[in-house]
Design a protein around this ligand. Structure first.
Ligand SMILES: Cc1cc2nc3c(=O)[nH]c(=O)nc-3n(C[C@H](O)[C@H](O)[C@H](O)COP(=O)(O)OP(=O)(O)OC[C@H]3O[C@@H](n4cnc5c(N)ncnc54)[C@H](O)[C@@H]3O)c2cc1C
Length: 494
């Protein structure tokens, strides 16, 4: 009989692990506390107008990874979602009021690129090539390797590969070394901040995010990232998986060191294998009875959080691209302030203009826009009252007016909604409302990050942002593959 796997949570990690295990012949059930699956990549709908938005994640970094989970489960990804690598990369708005649309092939407009960033692009090309190579080296030696067992950790080849990446230099240091233009530096540093830690405290290995984004381009899934979540759900169903929404797991049932099932609301559901896709710190603190583990987990440092304003407007914005970055004068100081627990004053912004590509079919308005601001997590800043949210909302709207020049923009707002760190904490159990799981600091990365299984327990596994190899959709998908592979090996007794 097929072994029963119970997965807590239907984020990218839970769904991808579920797809791989269902494909391998396991009897997989996913239990999700929310009404809809997908975790932080699902849609949200305005209750009054029915207008649909991507709730949080929007940028498809590492396009190929989005197809792998389907292909490796013998499914045709093109039957599940329509993806396209965008020719347009980012539109950058600089502090002096200028803007520039970077193409995926930036060398097609060398003069425009140089004129905007104010430096020759030679350094940029070197940077892109060097850090794309670094990503591939890290991918081969670390991101695709499970690092939970003593044997793996003691492997001298692994140590050598890790040291060859020279991980101790910061992303900020390396970008400053390679690039002289302040605007270009800010643009690159802001992209490393996607990891949720200021580039000053982040290993230079993460400078590969802007490099690989430039060299591989960004994937756009037709319908937005929520459509990708739906594609994963459909694949899971097609492989015979069971998904139960509105089901909250209140504890993982253990028999000594062995996981034997879940407490789902008030019902015990037995399982041969338990996988937690809920944030690992939340899992340790709330779902596992062992107080010893809970104490250790509580000391983790979390990544920053995000404030999101979603606007549906009657106005169209031909001056925006799909992905837009607004850089203030003091981009680096603003990022640092967030790490210190301060609310940003004039922060760098990421603006997602989905209607640039998708004429939001289900939506009746002209434009759907998400504006995102990196903010401190709830461990560092607690006062998420209406004064704070109102201030951030105004800041976002004013920034949109400033860069678009549309003075009457407020009059054309049809609907608006916001998400704060409190929502990430309450809705998805993101620990301290952190958007990207555990902060990827030196002592919480690679060998030091929580791994897919814990020593001293059996039949219990983990997957998701806070687990090695880390956060971001494509990286969580790699982690889901590692977890599924380990479960399959353990089940065979290998
Ligand atoms: C604002 C924001 C913007 C982002 N932007 C991008 C981006 O543009 N590109 C990118 O690549 N990455 C982005 N990321 C990061 C990326 O989305 C995440 O790393 C990834 O989606 C996390 O997936 P996950 O499976 O680890 O967790 P989650 O998506 O958090 O899923 C965990 C699931 O577990 C459920 N759960 C928790 N506790 C329980 C319980 N007790 N019982 C039942 N269910 C439970 C939750 O409800 C949730 O559905 C962004 C993240 C955020 C928050």
């Amino acid at each position: 009989m097929a072994k029963k796997v119970a997965i807590i949570g239907s984020g990218v990690g839970g769904l991808c692990c579920g797809i791989r295990l269902a494909h391998a012949g396991f009897d997989v059930s996913i239990y999700e506390k929310e009404a809809g699956p997908g975790g932080v990549i699902q849609y949200c709908e305005d209750p009054d107008t029915g207008i649909q938005f991507d709730q949080f994640a929007t940028i498809g970094i590492h396009p190929k990874e989005y197809y792998t989970v389907f292909q490796e489960a013998d499914l045709d990804p093109h039957k599940y979602f329509k993806g396209k690598v965008l020719d347009e990369f980012y539109k950058v708005f600089s502090a002096d009021g200028r803007s520039y649309l970077l193409s995926k092939n930036y060398w097609e407009d060398v003069e425009g690129f140089e004129a905007f960033f104010g430096e020759p692009i030679g350094n940029y090309e070197t940077f892109v090539n060097a850090f794309t190579s670094k990503y591939h080296a890290a991918n081969r030696s670390l991101l695709t390797k499970p690092l939970w067992s003593g044997r793996q950790l003691a492997n001298p080849k692994l140590m050598k590969a890790a040291l060859a990446l020279k991980p101790l230099r910061s992303a900020e240091h390396e970008i400053h070394q390679c690039i002289t233009s302040q605007t270009l530096r800010d643009f690159l540093l802001f992209q490393t901040f996607y990891m949720g830690l200021s580039p000053q405290h982040l290993s230079n290995v993460y400078a590969s995010i802007p490099a690989v984004s430039q060299s591989e381009g960004l994937l756009y899934v037709r319908g937005g990232m929520g459509a990708y979540a739906s594609a994963l759900v459909q694949a899971f169903y097609d492989l015979g998986g069971h998904l139960y929404c509105n089901r909250t797991i209140t504890s993982i049932k253990m028999d000594g060191s062995k996981a034997i099932g879940l407490q789902v609301d008030h019902e015990f559901v037995p399982a041969d294998i338990v996988v937690s896709n809920a944030d690992v710190t939340f899992t340790m603190q709330n779902l596992l009875p062992q107080a010893k583990q809970a104490n250790k987990a509580g000391k983790s440092t979390m990544s920053c959080s995000v404030f999101v304003l979603r606007l549906a407007l009657e106005t169209a914005f031909p001056m925006l691209s799909t992905h837009n970055i607004v850089l203030p004068q003091s981009t680096q100081a603003e990022m640092e302030a967030v790490s210190e627990g301060k609310l940003p004053g004039s922060p760098p912004l990421y603006i997602y203009y989905q209607s640039h590509l998708d004429s939001a079919s289900k939506n009746t308005c002209a434009s759907c826009i998400n504006i995102m601001v990196r903010v401190p997590n709830r461990g560092a800043y607690q006062a998420w009252d209406s004064t704070t949210t109102q201030k951030l909302k105004e800041l976002c709207i004013q920034a949109l007016i400033d860069i678009t020049g549309i003075k009457h923009l407020r009059d054309s707002i049809i609907s608006q909604s916001m998400s704060t760190p409190l929502d990430l904490e309450n809705q998805y159990n993101c620990w301290q409302g952190a958007a990207f799981g555990l902060a990827p600091s030196y002592f919480q990365s690679v060998l030091f990050r929580p791994q897919l299984k814990q020593k001293g327990t059996t039949q219990l596994y983990f997957v998701g942002s806070s687990i090695h190899p880390g956060s971001g959709i494509s990286i969580v998908m790699k982690g889901a593959k590692l977890t599924a592979q380990q479960i399959i090996l353990d089940a065979r007794g290998e």
